[in-house]
Design a protein around this ligand. Structure first.
Ligand code: GSH
Length: 204
């Protein structure tokens, strides 16, 4: 049995996309960040960082229970458990790792930086703008890449697409100007967004 504790943020969505697309049954426990449900002693026992998402699998490797935080770790865990969306060809792995890491460590944290700057009590406009431009630049590079390849890591759909989609979806919803005018990214986003597993994940 898998339990997922998450909210409708990019990191939370990455974990939902993982479980839905990998076809793993799970119980979803929505966490209200505004109410601080991620800072309770019970939650901190699962993730000492006090952040969503957290996944618990009562049947982890060797039949032992696993508690896992870090959205990209959950995504990788789901792919390995289900045997899906990881390139089988070792020659395809470096490009996959590169795409996966960019999606996970460039896009979402940069989105988080912009969002944090904009939510400050006293917004420092030049800093917020600088951070936003960096996010736009990341997406511009992805737009160029997706002009030359069908999926994030090449010709095969992988969890790099799911990781990137989480950040794309969140940015499109909250900072649409950062993904505007990027036709290859949009073509890719429409395709990924139409997948039934992605559609289920988005119904949060
Ligand atoms: N590296 C972590 C980041 C998790 C994270 O930043 N979660 C945010 C929501 S997207 C959160 O829980 N924020 C509330 C807080 O930090 O208090 C991951 O990928 O899961």
């Amino acid at each position: 049995m898998i339990d997922l504790y998450a909210a409708g943020t990019s990191n939370g969505m990455r974990a939902r996309l993982a479980l839905e697309e990998c076809g793993l049954q799970y119980t979803f426990h929505p966490i209200d960040l505004m109410k601080g449900e991620h800072k309770t002693p019970q939650f901190l026992a699962m993730n000492p960082f006090g952040q969503i998402p957290v996944m618990q699998d009562s049947e982890g490797p060797g039949g032992k229970p696993v508690t896992l935080h870090q959205s990209s770790a959950i995504l990788m865990y789901a792919a390995e458990k289900s045997g899906r969306f990881l390139p089988k060809d070792p020659a395809a792995r470096p490009a996959f790792l590169e795409a996966y890491m960019s999606a996970s460590t460039d896009i979402t944290p940069q989105f988080g930086a912009v969002f944090t700057a904009l939510r400050a009590k006293e917004v420092h406009a030049p800093t917020a703008e600088l951070l936003k431009q960096r996010l736009k630049l990341h997406f511009k590079v992805w737009d160029d890449l997706l002009g030359k390849r069908k999926y994030a890591a090449g010709s095969e759909f992988t969890i790099a697409d799911l990781s990137l989609y989480a950040g794309y979806w969140r940015t499109k919803g909250a900072l649409a100007e950062c993904v505007a005018g990027l036709p290859n990214l949009e073509r890719w986003g429409n395709e990924i967004g139409a997948r039934p597993g992605v559609q289920r994940a988005l119904k949060i």
